[in-house]
Design a protein around this ligand. Sequence first.
Ligand code: TMP
Length: 218
Amino acid sequence: MKQGKFITIEGGEGVGKSTQIAGLRQNLISRGYEVIVTREPGGTPRAERIRELLLENSTEPMPASCELLLMFAARATHVENVIRPALERGAWVVCDRFIDATYAYQGGARGFDVGLISVLEKAVLGMLRPDLTILLDAPVEIASARARLRNQASGNSDRFEREQQAFFERVRTTYLERARQEPNRICVLDATQSPEEVGAAIGEALRARLGKAIGDSG
Ligand code: TMP
């Protein structure tokens, strides 16, 4: 059985990931694939419990090392119980955030040692890497304004969303740096465009980078 493809969607808060993931899912289903949409941190019952620990606003401060290890603990159970089995049976996996988020948030923004992140990456992922990563990029002021609107509607913001603008600037810079280092895997798209334009650009990235796999000669 042919291995499925692994696509990850990355970006700061408020860049419109959820809308685009829904569109991408429909696109792939219409091509006849089994599609698993999942997210990090989370994606399994245990990893979703770890997500709650990571996002909750608690009076107990969370050391950067605790945050980093919880991210990888959630990722380990998610990779072994959902992502790998799905890819092995030929399904396509679309994941809302993955390893690049750890480099951007825990590495770039929190300032955690990148060498250690890379050791944990090897221990938890082995050879597994996304086939394609879509980085939805927008200036922090624009994306934060969108995130604020969403949070006003839901009435709450999580531990990460309470960070200051400088934190999200570092997240953005680190994501863009990674995209420059891995241009074949990471495709940067301008998330200030309309959702339709971004959706079309994602379709184009799929054709250009996974063209053979999606059976599209165009
Ligand atoms: P979400 O709001 O996009 O679901 O993500 C939850 C938060 O977790 C988001 O603020 C980014 C953060 N995060 C990290 O800090 N490191 C990671 O490795 C991942 C996957 C997410």
